[in-house]
Design a binder for this molecule. Structure first.
Ligand code: NAP
Length: 325
């Protein structure tokens, strides 16, 4: 099968497409023919060996995909062969076939095409869990979303708005804020030009109830300083490259709750939250929610697809269409 391969850590330009043997599913696993796979920022981090977990080279990047189950491993309970599924793995999805634990596969919700399905699971599940399962967000809450035009950020704006929360978006340009506004953000702050803390305080009418932060860096502390007393700050990622170090006296003074969210381990710690998130997201899809896919490329263009995300050029999601029949 054809697969993207990383032979040495570095920039996305170093990824190559090669013929390699198709993987075989072991017990508990399914083999999926990939129709489409979406690019996520962690793919770029793994290729540079800057992710939380180091992946030994050579490897096939790609974590989020949609496709058709073509085989199940021995003694495996999972979606039947022929089912269209979406799923997430650590690596391996930028290939014609991927092996995944059967329990991480979910049927593609009715009405979602394969490109949209590939772009859906990581960002929308992250958005829902950060907002609701971890952030405790409910209708009427005021929510601040940092990096609001990125993959996780735009999904968070979308989900929050559809759940009746009021979103103030923060991003690095008027064009990026326009993406968030289109998804329902009621106001925006350009953190490259405006004082993030002051503007957020004004625009949220005295402070957000929930902050969802996939960016980190200096923006995290500014957003936390602009929260109302007792708000919930959810740290999701560090696209900025710098992990914020928040002075604890700020947490004391503001009475805020700081919580972290990680999609990779949520099923282990809060299995019931995964079930309710899946149900809530399926309902939102039935109501017309779709990920914003702004770039669709072929497997041969995988390096360009990864570069778009690495260089902060993408608004919405970049998807690789495998051209599967
Ligand atoms: N915890 C989890 O389970 C989980 C799940 C998915 C993703 N993540 C993490 O969440 C973060 C965002 O992921 P994503 O898929 O939303 O990425 P993305 O689509 O690339 O969006 C990241 C956003 O961060 C902002 N940003 C600020 N400084 C940046 C920099 N130096 N380089 C690139 N972007 C920068 C950009 O918006 P502006 O230009 O507007 O600032 C960009 O839109 C990543 O760190 C990822 O690892 C975590």
């Amino acid at each position: 099968m054809r697969a993207a391969r990383v032979h040495a850590y570095g920039a996305p330009s170093a990824v190559v497409v090669e013929e390699i043997p198709a993987p075989r599913p072991r017990a508990g696993e399914a083999l999926v023919r990939v129709h489409a796979a979406a690019v996520n920022f962690p793919d770029v981090l793994m290729m540079a060996d800057r992710y939380q977990v180091s992946i030994p080279v050579p490897f096939t990047p790609g974590s989020e995909f949609a496709g058709t189950v073509v085989a199940l491993g021995p003694d495996t309970d999972g979606p039947a062969v022929g089912t269209t599924v979406m799923g997430g793995v650590l690596t391996g999805a930028f290939a014609e076939e991927v092996v995944a634990p059967a329990h991480v596969l979910r049927p593609v919700p009715a009405g979602l095409d394969m490109v949209s399905a590939a772009a859906f699971r990581v960002t929308y599940s992250t958005a829902y869990h950060a907002l609701v399962s971890i952030g405790g967000g409910v209708a009427g809450d005021r929510v601040t979303v940092l990096g609001a035009a990125g993959g996780v950020g735009s999904a968070t704006v979308d989900v929050a708005t559809r759940l009746g929360m009021s979103v103030v978006a923060a991003a690095s340009s008027p064009e990026r804020l326009a993406v968030a506004a289109k998804l329902g953000a009621v106001a925006g702050v350009d953190y490259t030009r405006e004082n993030l803390k002051e503007r957020l305080k004004e625009l949220t009418g005295g402070g957000a109830d929930v902050v969802v932060d996939p960016v980190g860096g200096d923006h995290a502390e500014a957003a936390l300083r602009a929260m109302r007393w007792g708000g919930r700050f959810v740290t999701v990622g560090y696209a900025d490259g710098r992990i914020p170090r928040i002075p604890l006296n700020l947490v004391l003074l503001k009475g805020v709750v700081v919580r972290g969210f990680e999609l990779r381990t949520i099923g282990e710690h809060l299995p019931e939250a995964v079930v309710s998130a899946d149900a809530a997201l399926a309902e939102l899809v039935a109501g017309g929610m779709r990920p914003e896919v702004t770039s669709v490329r072929t497997l041969s263009e995988v390096a360009q697809a990864l570069t778009e995300v690495a260089e902060r050029g993408a608004t919405g999601k970049v998807v690789i269409d495998m051209g599967a029949p």
